[in-house]
Design a protein around this ligand. Structure first.
Ligand code: ZN
Length: 270
């Protein structure tokens, strides 16, 4: 009998070797764990795995309904089919924005390009930290004034989908880091995002905080979940004080709301 139990336990090992936690939806973030040294592929593409076996994957706004995760351990290859739930995206119209913030002039376009170059440099950088293992909370609470993925029509002009979540909060409200991380960028005046902070959570997962009133961190600063990074404002392209919170896994925009989980009713009404 003892042998039988041992045998069953051994059989169970391959299933235990891969652990996935997160949101299997379009825009969802999933944190994975494999045996240290294992290789991981998503849809045939290699995924960076930390020394402790932790890794991150994410599903784009328009991700296909299924994906394949491959784990290669000591010459053995396992396939896991993932089912990705579809999201329904809304159309959001915002009017009354200064026309220059919707149709920038050539000098603005140059500035936007320079801003984007800095943002994308952070997004595509890869460090082997696994600070994301702290999990995610809301950086500030309040009514959600813009959801991830919505098709935006600004002053009547169709624009690219909203790639973050907007949380309305009074100017000066404290913003905290939703997870452990390192401050990867501080910019005092980006064209669209105004005072901007980016945080690197490791393994290609970064977050961005836009339209801030005040920034209280510096680049390279190590943050623990809940540390203050500054305050809510309306700098850059904003019609009122709110935090635009974005999350990106390498070049894929994710929905931060799925990572943070639902706000309580009281928090969402503040
Ligand atoms: Zn936004």
């Amino acid at each position: 009998m003892k042998y039988l139990i041992l045998f069953c336990a051994l059989l169970a090992i391959p299933a235990q070797a891969l652990e996935l936690n997160g949101s299997f939806k379009q825009g969802g973030l999933v944190v994975g764990q494999v045996e240290p040294g294992a290789q991981v592929q998503l849809n045939g593409e290699a995924i960076e795995v930390a020394a402790n076996g932790a890794f991150v994957i994410g599903f784009a706004r328009d991700a296909k309904p299924s994906a394949t995760l491959t784990v290669i351990t000591g010459g053995k290859t396992d396939f896991q089919k993932l089912t990705i739930a579809k999201q329904n995206y809304k159309i959001q119209r915002i009017d009354g924005l200064p026309s220059r913030k919707v149709t920038p002039n050539p000098a603005d376009v140059a500035r936007i390009k320079a801003d984007n170059a800095q943002i994308w440099k952070v997004r595509v950088s890869m460090n082997a930290d696994t600070r994301f293992l702290s999990g995610f909370q809301w950086p500030v609470t309040g009514p959600i004034s813009g959801v991830f993925g919505s098709q935006r029509i600004l002053n009547g002009k169709p624009k690219s989908p909203h790639n973050g979540v907007d949380i309305a909060a009074p100017r000066g409200s404290t913003i905290v880091t939703p997870a452990d991380g390192v401050v990867a960028l501080v910019h005092q005046d980006m064209f669209y995002t105004g005072k901007t902070v980016m945080i690197d959570h490791g393994m290609g997962l970064t977050t961005v905080y836009a339209h801030m009133d005040d920034v209280s961190v510096i680049e390279g600063q190590v943050l623990i979940q809940g540390d203050s990074i500054g305050t809510v404002g309306k700098t850059g392209r904003a019609t009122g004080p709110h935090l635009h919170w974005g999350m990106t896994w390498k070049s894929t925009h994710l929905d931060p709301m799925l990572a943070a989980g639902p706000m309580s009713k009281a928090e969402a009404k503040q």
